[in-house]
Design a binder for this molecule. Structure first.
Ligand code: NDP
Ligand code: MG
Length: 394
């Protein structure tokens, strides 16, 4: 490859952001950091700016932007510091950017991710919430703009790798029978059900196989993560919920599988390290080193599979129902889940109440058709209000 790829990393201070920068640092002849964003960890963002010397940095507020601008200028950096959602959209859609890593967590990532898509960038999608919220509009924007959308979520990246290049013709057309979406089952897979109401945020965030941000760690513990991923897979691969089967695979070595009509089942395997899907997507269609150790099958020794237990993990059922309902239902599911996870992390509710809150709110609020981004954002904000009311009634 002859010219240096300019990369914007949205959510640079997070788990995916840092893994992305680790991969970029291994290939300075290929990638240059164009912009970095942070939200609460601004000292970390400053340190990253010193190392990667981006053209732009983005922080949430004007005052923080002025502060960081002064520090970077004093250190002799030409980095320009922007702020707020407009700043994020600007660095996502900037004409000089080739690739955007969308690694902001939650609904806050939707506007800049969509801006990158609309500007026709190569978009590496970690922020699954953006696609869950606005699926139809998001995928229409990809088609319209010619953006190249590559999944970073390890399961979706695995499915992408196991599908033929022309899968957009339709799954049936290319001989796919089912997609098998693997799930680790999280830290509470085997805990006695009656103990689930006693679990702490620390226990929920201690994932057995993956090191991740706190929100997705709680989602993994409730299996809402798999529910969001089911919806994500429907949009990415134009599948129906019925074409996707969730398979609990506690070792997290097989990252997902594709079952073809001739009985062939293709799987993608690897150590549970997000640098593999990140590197795959960054370099696609080439292959380059990610720094991930080779898979030692003798050390893994065995691979186990179980059916998911929806009594233990009602969030999986709720997500499947939202996927089937369509319209604004997935955006509402996502919004209530974000409020519920934050409340659980603040110790305001118990772990099983995450599912109760989502179920109660979704059952009182009908799903509407989605015609515009405004309709999605209105559903998101209405669901957040209802979730807050649920909290105050509790
Ligand atoms: P982290 O919590 O580690 O990082 C989140 C990033 O988003 C941070 O840079 C954070 O800034 C920034 N951020 C948080 N809130 C806002 C906001 N309101 N506006 C702008 N920026 C914000 O999460 P992860 O890296 O684990 O996950 C990121 C995304 O990737 C999520 O959507 C997750 O579902 C997805 N994902 C993650 C995987 C993983 O292994 N970690 C695997 C698959 C998908 P700051 O830290 O400065 O506050
Ligand atoms: Mg995943």
């Amino acid at each position: 490859m002859s010219h240096l790829q300019q990369v914007t990393v949205l959510g640079a201070t997070g788990s995916i952001g840092l893994s992305t920068l680790d991969v970029i640092a291994r290939h300075p002849e290929r990638y240059q950091v164009f912009a970095l964003s942070g939200f609460s960890r601004l000292a970390e963002l400053e340190a990253l700016c010193m190392i990667y010397r981006p053209r732009f940095a983005v922080v949430p507020q004007a005052q923080a932007a002025d502060q960081l601008q002064a520090t970077l200028r004093a250190a002799g950096l030409a980095t320009q510091v922007l702020h707020g959602p407009e700043g994020l959209c600007q660095v996502a859609a900037h004409p000089d950017v080739n690739t955007v890593m969308a690694a902001i967590v939650g609904a806050a990532g939707l506007p800049p991710t969509l801006a990158a898509v609309e500007a026709g960038k190569k978009v590496l999608l970690a922020n699954k919430e953006a696609l869950v919220m606005s699926g139809a509009l998001f995928m229409q924007a990809v088609k319209r703009s010619g953006a190249v959308l590559l999944p970073i979520d390890s399961e979706h990246n695995a499915i992408f790798q196991c599908l033929p290049g022309d899968y957009s013709l339709g799954l049936q057309q290319v001989g796919v029978r089912r997609i098998l979406l693997t799930a680790s089952g999280g830290p509470f897979r085997e805990m006695p059900l009656e103990q689930l109401h006693t679990v702490t945020p620390e226990q929920a965030c201690a994932h057995p196989n993956w090191s991740m941000g706190r929100k997705i760690s709680v989602d993994s513990a409730s299996m809402m993560n798999k529910g969001l991923e089911l919806i994500e897979a429907c949009w990415l691969f134009d599948a129906t919920p019925a074409q996707i089967e969730v398979v609990v695979h506690p070792q997290s070595v097989i990252h997902s599988l594709v079952d073809y009509v001739d009985g062939s089942v293709l799987a993608q395997l690897g150590n549970p390290d997000m640098r593999t899907p990140i590197t795959h997507a960054l370099a696609w269609p080439e292959r380059i080193d990610s720094g991930v150790a080779p898979l030692d099958l003798f050390a893994v020794a065995r691979l186990d599979f179980q059916a998911p237990d929806e009594q233990r993990f009602p969030c999986l059922r709720l997500a499947r129902e939202a996927a089937q309902a369509g319209g604004t239902a997935p955006a509402m599911l996502n919004a209530v889940n974000e409020v519920a996870v934050a409340a659980f992390l603040e110790r305001r509710i118990r772990f099983p109440e995450i599912a109760s809150m989502i179920e109660d709110v979704l059952h009182t609020e009908p799903a509407l058709a989605v015609e515009s981004l405004d309709a999605v954002l209105a559903a998101d904000s209405r669901a957040r209000d209802l979730a807050e009311q649920w909290l105050s009634r509790r």
